[in-house]
Ligand binder design. Structure first.
Ligand code: ATP
Length: 233
């Protein structure tokens, strides 16, 4: 098993507060990994360190053979927790814009945007502006924007939050499709059911520390408490 991502004893301290403590885990290449924990557990802080958006206070991170996300930026796709930017653009423009940031020529970005929107049943959305789309549609467009450059590693921060069950299912299918095409996926969530349906592996964080790493089945066998995320606070 080759690891696409390895964290070794990673910690993050804000002032006197330890947000992430001595965190180690691996994400195997080509897998879908769920990063679980209640609000405030340290998930976003960890994802930002993996992406190279903020430095770790201590420890080592290796993503796609590089010390942090900054050095392999064009090979990574990222869906941040804060969404809803570029409201005045059309979906094709927004997707091509993100592609361009990752080095994809504009005409190619637009072509791929149209293909991907059609594939996801969003053909009709092409004529609208981002601000006119439903939340579910906008979320799918933003995931397409995050992966239009065909990244090897896709990081999604709370991708299911605020979506109704139907749109959650659509997003799950998109994530499965990414892995089927060979990408490695790491997504954060505080809802165990999303991980159960999708993940080859889960890592559970509680108060900045790793509470569990393994398959969903192992997690269930180990202790039902492991799956009780609110109880893990
Ligand atoms: P959520 O889903 O609510 O975003 P999370 O698991 O992603 O939760 P983080 O956002 O990583 O958690 O935050 C972990 C802890 O670190 C929280 O207590 C938060 O208040 C604190 N924290 C995060 N960023 C900073 C910062 N820049 N300065 C100080 N404290 C911070």
């Amino acid at each position: 098993m080759t690891a696409a991502l390895t964290l070794e004893s990673v910690s993050k301290r804000y002032g006197g507060f330890d947000a992430v403590r001595d965190l180690s885990f691996e994400v195997p290449k080509g897998s879908i990994c769920g990063f679980l924990g209640p609000n405030g557990a340290g998930k976003t802080s960890t994802l930002r360190m993996i992406l190279g958006l903020q430095p770790a206070t201590s420890g080592r991170i290796d993503i796609l053979g590089a010390p942090d996300g900054r050095l392999v930026r064009d090979r990574i796709g990222f869906l941040p927790e804060e969404r809803g930017l570029y409201k005045k653009m059309t979906p094709v423009e927004a997707i091509a814009f993100f592609g361009a940031l990752k080095g994809l020529p504009s005409h190619e970005g637009k072509k791929r945007a149209r293909q991907l929107l059609e594939q996801q049943g969003l053909g009709a959305a092409q004529k609208k502006k981002m601000k006119e789309l439903s939340k579910g549609m906008a979320q799918k467009v933003q995931l397409i924007a995050a992966v239009v450059h065909r990244p090897e590693f896709v990081i999604l921060d709370e991708p299911f939050s605020g979506l109704d069950p139907m749109n959650q299912q659509g997003l799950e299918e998109m994530i499965r499709g990414l892995a089927a095409d060979g990408a490695t996926v790491l997504f954060s969530t505080h809802v165990m059911q999303h991980a159960e349906r999708l993940c080859d592996k889960v890592v559970l964080l509680a108060k900045g520390r790793k509470a569990f790493e393994g398959t969903v089945e192992e997690a269930k066998a180990t202790s039902p408490r492991v799956l009780d995320l609110e109880g893990a606070i």
